[in-house]
Write a protein that binds this ligand. Structure first.
Ligand code: ADP
Ligand code: MG
Length: 684
């Protein structure tokens, strides 16, 4: 037997770094440039407190590619390192010098990026060998060269360097040759370093002279050291914000609004957020916010850092309090990140409130574009709802806008039902539901337009928030029953007549769809037949259509109500015609039914209360026979009524008119309707 210790030493840490430290190999450049920026900022700090007495001079960080030698060099004029410091900060992995420095110079050291102590080693992900040539800022410091070829052995020797600062020389490995391409480095610098606070030079400026491109020999600075968000809002104009947006998102339309964030307590955060114009496909628009840490680009996937609905915004957030090199799940549980998230929500709501208050006209004009964003926020974020209910708008079918409070006032008196529930009527399509909207308006009701893609969810949210309020789509019932104001009287048509008339209409209904035929007395002025779909059923279907998993309601057939207005003269005429044409045949069948029915009843009575084994088989058979016979006769009777409905043009015509009012009559049915209409029109 043998026991031992699994050795975790630098020997086996190196390959791990190389492969797994960062899944994205390209971030080595971000890390090395961050270190160069840190070193430069440190020197500035030392100069500002008087510890460093020399000239600061040109602090530009330079990035150079030498394809012949296969090297990439990053040079800074920062604090540099002594051999002793190299030993402490470089040789001892995971010991972050930045942290130690911050501890010592807390008050003055703003904008030091490093936190972690593994950043430098990410260079081994792309290099066979790395050299550091550095000279410390301290008087009499000797320049040194450190080199390491990826094995844990390193070398330190004397070197030549005039001024303080550091060159990091990467000998790029064969499988990382892409990092010797100018355009690749340029792409990375643009991505990670675009807004770093120290000028970064890559290549030289070119100029057009006499039709030729000539090298000016001047450094080409690739970054903007004072990006807009670091400047004071008071110094900036609208145009500046618009221009910055165009720089960030060249292909986007102009934004609706912007918010300049500037927080220094209880955490540090700056940034500019834009409301883009979004109407549909909001998924595509997500992840446009860029997250920075002291002007170093971190990520553009901010989910978990800002509330979900804010991921629809565009812009920049910069906070030294958002930890850099950590996992997403850690970020989401970080208390700072949570605070930041709720603070941004508040700021966004405040800004919207301010625009609403100061310029309602402008706010209304932009509402249709803002709406998706605000309703998304109100649905998903309780706190945001509380703030937004003061400025969120409802739009009616006439294009008028109301706050929640204004709207309640508008409809309260006329649209409260007998149970004291306030009913908000809405349409989801102005054209399809036109006839219903008109009916509602004729009653003096107001109709909201809820045609946004999130409106079905939003309606649920509103119903749970607004007291004693219910939403009903205009076509979810006949107008009298949309808002029931008093107990309604029963329909005067007797039950058996209703049953017959139901069969007549069923005979004429399209076979593939499911309709429930019911009867109402809607008055002579109302339409003879109306098609409605219950609010509940429709919502369930809408919701399940939106959810990716199929559900019970989603698989149910579309079911609608066909409401027949028995007080309408045309319906009355159908009832009359039916009696006239069918009474003889129906009577015949009725006469046949009578004795069979009597027999069934008699047999049932005789067998009632008896146990199954007490009834003689002959009696059982007799009952079954009689029942079968009765069914057949009833069937015969139904067929008479259904055939009448199928062939009596007026029935079909009234149903088609109701379908037409719903924009539901299409194709062959529509052609037949047109033909039949022409036949039915009598010359004057
Ligand atoms: P971190 O930046 O998180 O501290 P790094 O591995 O990136 O970790 O760097 C380790 C330490 O090495 C730094 O804290 C710093 O003290 C030192 N260092 C790295 N690069 C430079 C540089 N260009 N100039 C001066 N010191 C540097
Ligand atoms: Mg670092």
């Amino acid at each position: 037997m043998q026991t031992g210790k699994i050795g975790v030493t630098t020997e086996n840490i190196f390959p791990i770094i190389k492969k797994f430290l960062y899944s994205d190999h390209e971030i080595f450049l971000r890390e090395l440039i961050s270190n160069a920026v840190d070193a430069t900022q440190k020197l500035k700090t030392l100069a500002s407190v008087g510890d460093f007495k020399g000239e600061l001079g040109d602090l530009t960080i330079r990035v150079k590619v030498d394809r012949k030698k296969g090297t990439l060099t990053i040079s800074d004029s920062g604090v540099g390192m002594t051999a002793d410091e190299i030993d402490r900060y470089i040789n001892q992995i995971a010991f972050s010098g930045a942290e130690e420095f911050l501890e010592k110079y807390k008050a003055q050291a703003n904008g030091i990026i490093g936190h972690f102590g593994l950043g430098f080693y990410s260079s081994f992900m792309v290099s066979d060998k790395v050299e550091i040539i550095t000279r410390s800022w301290q008087d009499g410091a000797k320049p040194v060269r450190w080199s390491c070829d990826g094995t844990p052995e390193y070398k330190i020797e004397d070197a030549d360097r005039e001024a303080c600062g550091t060159d990091i020389v990467l000998h790029i490995s064969d499988d990382s040759k892409e990092f010797l391409e100018d355009h690749r480095i340029e792409e990375l610098l643009r991505k990670y370093c675009r807004f770093l606070p120290i000028p970064i030079a890559f290549g030289t400026e070119k100029e057009w002279k006499d039709g030729k491109e000539v090298d000016t020999g001047k450094d080409r600075i690739i970054n903007e050291t004072n990006p807009l968000w670091t400047r004071k809002p008071a110094e900036l104009k609208d145009e500046d914000y618009q221009k910055f947006y165009r720089d960030l998102y060249p292909t986007q339309e102009e934004p609706l609004f912007y918010i300049h964030l500037n927080v220094d307590y209880p955490f540090n955060l700056t940034g500019i957020l834009y409301f883009p114009r979004i109407k549909t496909n909001f998924d595509i628009q997500k992840n446009k916010i860029q997250l920075y840490c002291n002007q170093v680009y971190v990520t553009d996937s901010v989910e978990g850092i800002v509330p979900e609905f804010l991921t629809l915004l565009h812009g920049v957030i910069d906070s030294p309090d958002i930890p850099l090199n950590v996992s997403r799940s850690y970020l989401q549980s970080d208390s700072n990140v949570k605070k930041i998230s709720s603070h941004i929500t508040k700021k966004v709501a405040d800004r919207l409130q301010e625009i609403f208050k100061n310029d309602r006209e402008q706010f209304e004009k932009k509402w249709d574009d803002l709406k998706l964003f605000i309703t998304f926020g109100m649905i998903t974020d309780e706190k945001f709802y509380e703030r937004a209910e003061k400025f969120a708008l409802l739009k009616n079918v006439d294009g008028k806008y109301f706050t929640f409070e204004e709207y309640e006032k508008l409809v309260k008196e006329n649209q409260t039902d007998k149970n004291k529930t306030l009913v908000y009527l809405y349409a989801s399509d102005k054209d399809d539901q036109h006839s219903y909207i008109e009916e509602a308006k004729a009653r003096g009701y107001d109709v909201l337009l809820m045609d946004g893609q999130l409106d079905p969810h939003f309606i649920n949210t509103l119903e749970s928030k607004l007291k004693d309020t219910r939403f009903a789509r205009v076509d979810s019932d006949v107008i009298d029953k949309l808002i029931v104001k008093e107990d309604r009287k029963e329909v005067s048509l007797p039950a058996d007549e209703q049953a017959d008339l139901r069969l007549v209409f069923e005979g004429a209904l399209p076979a593939q769809d499911h309709y429930w035929v019911s009867f109402e007395e809607l008055g002579e002025g109302a339409n003879p037949v109306v098609i409605t779909q219950s609010e509940f059923m429709r919502r369930m279907k809408d919701m399940s259509a939106m959810s990716p998993t199929s559900s019970f309601y989603g698989s149910m057939p579309d079911s609608r109500n066909l409401v027949v207005n028995v007080s309408h003269p045309l319906v009355k005429s159908i009832i009359e015609a039916k009696s006239k044409q069918l009474s003889e045949r129906l009577n015949e069948v009725n006469e046949k039914i009578k004795p069979v029915k009597a027999k069934v009843e008699e047999l049932e009575k005789a067998q009632k209360g008896k146990k199954d084994d007490e009834i003689p088989q002959a009696d059982k058979d007799a009952l079954a026979d009689a029942e079968k016979q009765l069914d057949k006769l009833e069937e015969e009777r139904s067929t008479v009524l259904k055939d009448f409905g199928k062939n009596y043009k007026l029935v079909k015509q009234l149903i088609d008119l109701a379908l037409l009012a719903n924009n539901m009559l299409k194709g062959e049915d529509l052609s037949r309707f047109v033909k039949r209409s022409i036949e039915l029109i009598k010359p004057e």
